[in-house]
Ligand binder design. Sequence first.
Ligand SMILES: NC(=O)c1ccc[n+]([C@@H]2O[C@H](COP(=O)([O-])OP(=O)(O)OC[C@H]3O[C@@H](n4cnc5c(N)ncnc54)[C@H](O)[C@@H]3O)[C@@H](O)[C@H]2O)c1
Ligand SMILES: [Fe+2]
Length: 408
Amino acid sequence: MTLFGALRLPRNLVVGAGQRATLPAYARALGQRALVITDERLAEDPEFCAMVDGLRNAGVTTEVFSRTIAELPASCIAEGLAVGQSFSPDLIIGVGGGSCMDAAKVISLLLTHGGQPSDYYGEFKVPGPVLPVIAVPTTSGTGSEVTPVVVISDPARSVKVGIASPHLIPHTAICDPELTYTCPPSLTAISGADALTHAIEAFTTARRPYSHKAVQEHVFVGKNALSDHFALLAIGHISASLKLAYDNGTDIVARERLMLGATAAGLAFGTAGTAAAHAIQYPIGALTHTPHGVGVAVMLPYVMAFNREHAGGPLAEVAEAMGLNTQGLSVDDRAGAAIDAVTKLFASVGIPDTIAGLGVLADQLPFVAEQAMGATRLIKNNPRPLDAKSMSVLVQAAFYGDRTQLSA
Ligand SMILES: NC(=O)c1ccc[n+]([C@@H]2O[C@H](COP(=O)([O-])OP(=O)(O)OC[C@H]3O[C@@H](n4cnc5c(N)ncnc54)[C@H](O)[C@@H]3O)[C@@H](O)[C@H]2O)c1
Ligand SMILES: [Fe+2]
């Protein structure tokens, strides 16, 4: 095997308690007119207001758009774009969860290159650099602050769609765990479980045949030596801190570890990609209107079990990264231990154990399977090849809570 590594990163990335104080100077270095994208809840938050004051005190003329809606329906993008067109910013700042950061990224794209979001669906459709984005996450979850992707709910499509381009990677990411102290337990669980899913899917994703063209032909290039490093870092921190932060939102160390882990997971999947758990969440989210993070989390243990015989080595390493006692266990048993530990961790933070628990109905399973197969960039990343038949087995297992049919 030839050693292959690839990373695409923001120009600046800072993680740590209180680091939001760096925002005015980072913004000042990029321009004089900042459009800040957030949502109505955050716009009222004292920490958010202090950040806006900090920008203005530093001489940055600042306009706030606060009508971002969770899961990013296209209508709120159009509204934010209109505000941007009349304000003419030279930089965009996204403050919030994945929805607000994705809104900032896509509004920057549309202000720079015009058109509709649908003009850019898919990979490598963004023609060139976009207005610089500073991303400031307030959940420890999506990793959007470092990733090349935006996920949109388009009413013309039955499932969510992505725009993936290295041009969409924020210029600067400021990851301050103090901004997550207000996350209630359920949001902590859901966004943290999304992050762990990013890390495990990136680490177990298929390794592609070695090629000099991979990084130009694909935004997501599969398992590689550099994304692996960040995936393992993320798995260690998230698995050690998720339950602690869920139980006690004021556990400062747990909040720090969760944020570092979520950003590291973004660095891993932003290059390697995610796989079947993410593909299957898209139709589940569309049918049940449940958040992205809970859908991928319900699917993850089933996807790990489905992949067990094709990704045994990497799954065994996941067990090590989670700090499990694996002494004397075979590779396959260590893989099994990782699957059991993820199942137990997610149950302990209130994640349902089946997709029926999310509201999926038995007669919707064919739709779920068919739409999931349509997410080809995610399907091709899965370490065990998927076809219509095996996808159907996988979604049935996740519906009935029965993993016995999943081995290869
Ligand atoms: N671009 C990417 O790389 C990427 C990756 C994964 C998911 N996503 C997308 O990100 C979105 C999900 O993002 P998310 O899980 O961060 O949630 P979110 O941004 O959708 O926010 C969910 C809710 O949490 C609230 N919230 C956010 N921060 C808070 C805080 N500190 N305290 C209290 N409430 C807070 C928001 O106001 C909102 O009501 C989905 O649209 C998903 O598709 C994007
Ligand atoms: Fe995700």
